[in-house]
Design a protein around this ligand. Sequence first.
Ligand code: MG
Length: 159
Amino acid sequence: MISEKLQKAFNDQITAELWSSNLYLQMSFYLAKEGWDGFAHWMLKQADEEREHAVSLANYLTKRGGVAKVTMIDVVPDGWGDVKAVFSHVYEHECHVSRLIDDLVDVASAEKDKATQDFLWGFVREQVEEEATAQGILDKVSKLGDAGLVALDEQLGRR
Ligand code: MG
């Protein structure tokens, strides 16, 4: 049985993952509007992935006798200056999410819940990938001219 404190922390993280999903969905809409169909497609997949993170946390919570809850999701920002601003925001946001996951591990550790710590290491590892992917795309976007950006848009559209 999961502790009350961890249940609350998990539900807070479910809310954060759903907010992330909405953020990336909004970014996808923005990119599509700007004519970047490939980047928009990539971002839509990213939004789906964040929703899957929320479901994965909820499934674990249920398995441990907790109650998963979907609460109100705050409004997300919209309107970025360009593609680089979007991916710069993605990178910063993923670093923020990494800190949230680390805090969640701290709660599990304070509660002496070994099973939950074990479950969360998967999320810790996932964040290493998320940060690296966002940083990688941002690096490319920063260096590329218009022609290169069109090629990258096409490439990410195949995700
Ligand atoms: Mg996530």
